[in-house]
Design a protein around this ligand. Structure first.
Ligand code: NAP
Length: 280
């Protein structure tokens, strides 16, 4: 039975806004299924309240926290240290204790890789086109760069593509049909890391000439609201192998769960709970 008592450990997510978050459903299902004495809550923390929230975590010795928009970078100066992944990505989505040190980690990068592999894609040494140069693109670029991938990065704002490319020895390119088309025949996989296609603007999609990709190419969309984006529908219509954004979401959560509890995450339980919360 699941009880809350004087031993219950608190975990949660800080964001602004945060009420749309799927993490409480995912983590509480995991805690319950393993019979762990813990609870995961969502805290709506405006940017100017972040220092107080982190001081509160320290004062209360809260077991662990996730961070989402807009706190992933702002939290870094408030911590005692960061993992290599968080440092390289330049963003923190998970806080955990290492003895009395409060450490920031980034589980988005490894979560993305696990999601990709779970869906049957092994990206090591491939040529991958990353669409977007925001926070998610940075985590994806870091993850794929470590797998020896050759990266091409396209973004609406070209300066951001140039700066992200410099960090991961990638080739920056304009996010436009004419600029992308000549490169597509050498691409093994493409990842949409823009917010194009995300609800409520579900009709939008990055510019892609799907026919120019090899028949063996794969396409991954990080957007998970909706799960079947226009981008993935077009890739499927072209006959390509597709990977939706749910795998990354679940695995970044599973990695945080493992950090905090020291137990293997019940990934299937987390997936079911997240799908239910998404109304699938
Ligand atoms: P972000 O840092 O705000 O970056 C947004 C990216 O989308 C930028 O590259 C931006 O280009 C581009 N973009 C936005 N509107 C555009 C438009 N109208 N036309 C062309 N490009 C546009 O956001 P993020 O955190 O990287 O998140 C990006 C997406 O990934 C979101 O949909 C998010 O939900 C999803 N995501 C999913 C997971 C998961 O677990 N599946 C994890 C993280 C994020 P500019 O640089 O030109 O503004």
């Amino acid at each position: 039975m699941w009880t809350i008592d004087a031993h219950t450990q608190l975990t949660g997510v800080l964001g602004y806004p945060v009420r749309h978050s799927l993490s409480p459903a995912m983590h509480n299902a995991a805690l319950q299924s393993l019979g762990l004495n813990g609870v995961y809550l969502a805290f709506e923390v405006p940017p100017n309240a972040l220092p107080n929230a982190i001081a509160g975590m320290r004062g209360l010795h809260i077991q662990g926290l996730n961070l989402t928009i807009p706190h992933k970078q702002a939290v870094i100066p408030l911590l005692d240290g960061t993992t290599d992944a968080a440092q390289q990505v330049g963003a923190v989505n998970t806080l955990f204790w290492d003895d009395d040190q409060l450490i920031g980690d980034n589980t988005d990068a490894e979560g993305f890789l696990r999601g990709l592999r779970e869906a049957g894609v092994e990206p090591a040494s491939q040529t991958v086109l990353i669409l977007g140069a925001g926070g998610a693109a940075r985590a994806v670029a870091y993850a794929l760069h470590r797998q020896g991938c050759r990266l091409i990065i396209a973004n609406r704002t070209p300066e951001r593509a140039v700066s992200l490319s410099a960090a991961f020895q990638a080739t920056p390119v304009e996010m436009a049909h004419d600029a992308l088309r000549p490169l597509l025949s050498q691409v093994d996989g493409v990842v949409n890391c823009t917010s194009l296609g995300m609800s409520p603007d579900t009709a939008s999609s990055p510019p892609m000439d799907w026919d120019a990709l090899p028949d063996t190419a794969w396409a991954c969309d990080l957007v998970y609201r909706p799960l079947h984006t226009r981008f993935l529908q077009a890739a499927r219509a072209r006959g390509l192998h597709t990977v939706d954004g749910l795998g990354m979401l679940i695995h970044q959560g599973a990695l945080a769960f493992e950090r905090w509890t020291g137990q293997p995450a019940p990934v299937a339980v987390m997936r079911n709970a997240t799908e239910r919360a998404l109304g699938l």
